[in-house]
Design a protein around this ligand. Structure first.
Ligand code: KG4
Ligand code: ZN
Length: 363
């Protein structure tokens, strides 16, 4: 590949410090290395990500994570064509840590700097993992995001809908906390749900009666709290009660995501009938019941389904390096005035919509 580009990518917008090297061209690139250092233990005592602790940990760890990524790729700074960095949206202190680190490396090594929208990193991952061709529909579901994006090009997105309050991962984490299960809540709730009866408790399916593909998950958390308290007032919370609550909660999330995906796909297919494809990204996409629900919808609607490997679904530097590669290949560069942005909607026309999650409304 004579015009292959080699890009280093940095990610530090929430609680994962990531650095990775990606090489190739748009639609045809490979991950040479990807190092992600999580901060779960640093925030464990606080019941959520503490922005100041996250920012400091990123600042302290970024240089070493970059060193590891370069060494695993067997490359030095002189082998790179550019350095890409998440410039938002996210927790501002962490984003600033990454941007400052990337500027330092770019300045010191004389490399071009490319600022990347974190959401574009997620949205373009199917191009890196599967060589996906534009357009496609993307469902981004994590602890910080929940939205349907029509991806038309590396800088062309339309938001078809999303959560109006919490992200689903946040609801899984809260449910785990209410039931004294370990964090992150998604995997623990999923494991409990396997032994539970999803029909014992009647959980709401928020916004299913409303048209369109906006979603809401905050009411589900409240429902878990109410039902847990009712059970506790009775015979106390037993193992089976916990499993049944998890199963009921998860079934509600699956139903909401599946039905809203059906609607988003219908909107997407009306405009793009020749390109039936749904891609998912984000930590919640690891959930087998959710994946199965989405696969059923896609099968019913004759649509291809793709989910990147988990390490590339959750926050990582490789998706940032790849999104940077797409920008770089189009001749786009940033300079030392690149600013960190706490909010940065991909679809400028829906900038005013909520799309929260634990990082706040930002997309
Ligand atoms: O994408 P991610 O690593 O970070 C951001 O939130 O940006 O996603 C983490 C979220 C957490 O809320 C976690 O509980 C959830 O993804 N998660 C899951 C599962 N694995 C991780 N949710 C449901 N089921 C899972 N198996
Ligand atoms: Zn993310």
């Amino acid at each position: 590949m004579s015009d292959a580009l080699t890009i280093l990518g940095l990610e530090s917008s929430c609680d994962d410090t990531g650095a990775a090297v990606v090489r190739g061209q748009p639609g045809k690139a490979q991950v040479l290395s990807s190092v992600v250092e999580g901060q779960t233990s640093l925030h464990a005592a606080f019941g959520g990500v503490v922005p100041e602790i996250a920012a400091r940990a990123h600042a302290e760890r970024l240089d070493d994570v970059v060193r590891q990524a370069l060494s695993q790729a067997g490359l030095g700074l002189r082998d790179l064509d550019g350095i890409a960095v998440t410039a938002g949206p996210g927790l501002i202190g962490g984003v600033m840590s990454g941007v400052i680190c990337a500027k330092g490396i770019a300045l010191g090594a004389g490399l071009p700097l490319i600022g990347v929208n974190h959401l574009a990193g997620h949205a373009l991952t199917p191009r890196l993992t599967d060589g996906a061709v534009f357009p496609y529909l993307m469902l981004l579901v994590s602890g910080g995001h929940c939205q349907f994006l029509l991806v038309r090009g590396p800088d062309e997105y339309r938001r078809l809908g999303g959560t109006i309050d919490d992200a689903p991962g946040e609801a899984f984490d809260k449910t785990a906390r209410l039931l004294a299960l370990p964090q992150p809540g998604g995997p623990s709730v999923e494991a409990e749900a396997r032994n539970g009866d999803a029909k014992r408790f009647r959980f709401p399916r928020p916004l299913l009666d409303r048209e369109g593909c906006d979603m809401s998950f905050s009411g589900l958390k409240t429902a878990v709290l109410r039902m847990r308290d009712q059970v506790m007032e009775g015979n106390g919370l037993r193992q089976q009660d916990r499993a049944d609550l998890c199963a009921g909660f998860q079934a509600a999330v699956v139903d909401v995501l599946a039905e809203k995906t059906r609607r988003a796909l219908a909107l997407y297919l009306a405009e793009n009938p020749a390109q039936p494809m749904l891609a998912v990204a984000g930590g919640v996409a690891a959930n087998k019941a959710i994946r199965a629900g989405l696969e059923t919808v896609c099968a019913d609607m004759h649509t291809a389904f793709t989910a990147p490997p988990l390490a590339l679904c959750t926050d990582n530097g490789a998706m940032i390096a790849y999104a940077g590669l797409e920008r770089f290949a189009r001749g786009e560069r940033d300079d030392m005035t690149l600013a960190a942005r706490p909010r940065w909607p991909l679809d400028r026309s829906s900038a005013g919509m909520l799309g929260g999650g634990r990082k706040g409304p930002k997309a």
